[in-house]
Write a protein that binds this ligand. Structure first.
Ligand SMILES: *Cc1c(COP(=O)(O)O)cnc(C)c1O
Length: 479
């Protein structure tokens, strides 16, 4: 038996490899635009390049990093590519990457204040910075989760927990005649994470009402109120409304003032999903679109979406942090601590262990400054407006939705029937994607296929948007 510990990598070896990693990442970011956005691989191609069994003996890190460079890097979809305009354009920015690396070095698990005072207090501070950037009142408290899906799940769990007299946390819902159907409302443009939260909370998809939208894809608050009244007549209990501020398809913003007024009258929880749009709310000129958000009970904003923070980082802001704690706090004996007046982050959600995500967000906000962040968001919005102008001026094309931020939805209008038009627009997108310099994803609006260009990457410039437009026009002429 050996008495010396086999230990970690020898320090000099680690230092040399980390320097090489720094060069790898810097080279990657400098040249990412030279890759096709979508790797030219078929399913199984990457697996075929990987050893099917684990190495018995240690391998030199240089060889592992060579394989990273050869097998991994070229075969990912390049989200940091300037031509990435599918879903939402995002960026793992320089300061965010540095924060991620530093957090890995510390490897703290901030479940309790005691298990990482700095991680806990930095999270409290940086989420309060975000609150200020969103011009929200000081009562809101921030809590970092991995994704908006989880943030929304937590918010709806609190809404369920607060259903008066039902004690669901203690007694559950199954087998109880005294628990009515609990109903959640969201527009028909809301993100599928709302549906998933309803599934996971045992509320049942049949109790998720999809509220119709107006001609600009915003929730109809009058219809919402009518649906709530209808549910009450039938003995069901409305518990929450999810309003979306920046929907996934068109980035439309629900009328938050009107929705908040309904929620107040009806005493139901208002959760605002601003996963993408929340970034724009940090710009004073866009903030009026979000008026009413300050009346929400909870809000989710994803810095990993349009605030240049590497995946993952989602901030849930809650008006009453105590409600979140009431829903989730459960302290086993071995985790009891006696510090007074400290936050133990494990009390605010389902996870015990947690990554130090606040560090990268802190570094992004400091390195760019609020002004620098706004400047970058405005640049993306200006590019989107320019593209929208080109679409408007082009015969055979039409805008499919207003362009409030940095996403442009439009379609080719040729084709005798709706179906023909759909096929044509799909073919245009496929052709553009095959070219390699741009990646687009379609969406559907009122059942029809739409081309969607999402601008949000820090490396995307006018030339990349112009290239996308050139490819789209060319493809449309050829199909
Ligand atoms: C992207 C998005 C989500 C989901 O975000 P995740 O962090 O991936 O869970 C939720 N809501 C809206 C409006 C989104 O755009």
């Amino acid at each position: 038996m050996t008495t010396t510990s086999p230990g970690d990598l020898p320090a000099p070896e680690f230092r040399a490899a980390f320097h090489r990693v720094a060069d790898l990442v810097a080279d990657y970011l400098e040249h990412v635009g030279e890759y096709p956005v979508l790797p030219k691989v078929r399913p199984g191609d990457v697996r075929a390049l990987l050893a099917p069994v684990p190495p018995k003996d240690p391998e030199p890190l240089d060889r592992v990093l060579d394989d990273y460079r050869r097998i991994v890097e070229p075969n990912v979809t390049h989200w940091n590519h300037p031509g990435f305009m599918a879903y939402f354009g995002i960026t793992g920015s320089g300061p965010g990457i540095l924060g991620e690396a530093l957090a890995a070095g510390l490897n703290v698990n901030a479940m309790l204040w005691r298990t990482s005072p700095a991680a806990t207090e930095l999270e409290e501070t940086v989420t309060d910075w975000l609150r200020q950037m969103l011009a929200l009142p000081a009562v809101f408290r921030g809590h970092i989760n991995d994704t908006a899906s989880v943030s929304t799940f937590l918010a709806l769990a609190v809404a369920r927990d607060r259903a008066p007299g039902l004690e669901i946390r203690e007694r559950g819902m199954a087998g109880r005649a005294d628990v009515p159907a609990l109903v959640v409302y969201a527009s028909d443009q809301a993100h599928s994470s709302v549906d998933k939260a309803v599934i996971a909370l045992g509320l049942g998809l049949a109790n998720l009402r999809k509220v119709p939208v107006d001609d600009q894809f915003r929730m109809d608050a009058v219809a919402l109120e009518a649906m709530i009244a209808e549910d009450r007549i039938h003995g069901r209990l409305p518990i929450a409304v999810v309003a979306t501020a920046g929907t996934t398809s068109t980035t439309s913003v629900d009328p938050l003032q009107a929705v908040a007024a309904v929620c107040r009258r009806e005493a139901v929880w208002l959760h605002v999903d601003a996963a993408y749009g929340g970034a724009a709310a940090t710009c004073p000129e866009f903030r009026p679109l979000f008026d009413g958000m300050e009346q929400a009970d909870s809000i989710v904003v994803n810095p990993h979406k349009w605030l240049f923070t590497p995946v993952d980082c989602s901030v849930l802001l809650v008006r009453e942090a105590a409600a979140l704690r009431a829903a989730f706090s459960l302290v086993p004996d071995y985790l009891r601590t006696d510090e007074e007046g400290v936050t133990n982050l494990m009390d605010y959600g389902i996870q015990l262990g947690r990554r130090f995500r606040a560090l990268k967000l802190w570094m992004v906000i400091r390195a760019f400054g609020v002004t620098g962040i706004r400047e970058r968001l405005r640049h993306h919005c200006a590019l989107a407006q320019e593209l929208a102008g080109w679409v408007r001026a082009e015969p055979g094309f039409e805008l499919a939705a207003p362009v409030p931020f940095s996403v442009v939805c439009f379609r080719v209008t040729r084709g005798a029937t709706g179906e023909e038009q759909d096929k044509l627009n799909e073919r245009v997108i496929n052709r553009v994607n095959a070219a390699g310099s741009v990646f687009l994803a379609p969406t559907r609006l009122r059942g029809r296929v739409v081309i969607r260009v999402a601008i949000g990457n820090l490396r995307t410039g006018r030339e990349h948007v112009a290239e996308a437009w050139r490819l789209i026009r060319e493809a449309a002429a050829g199909v």
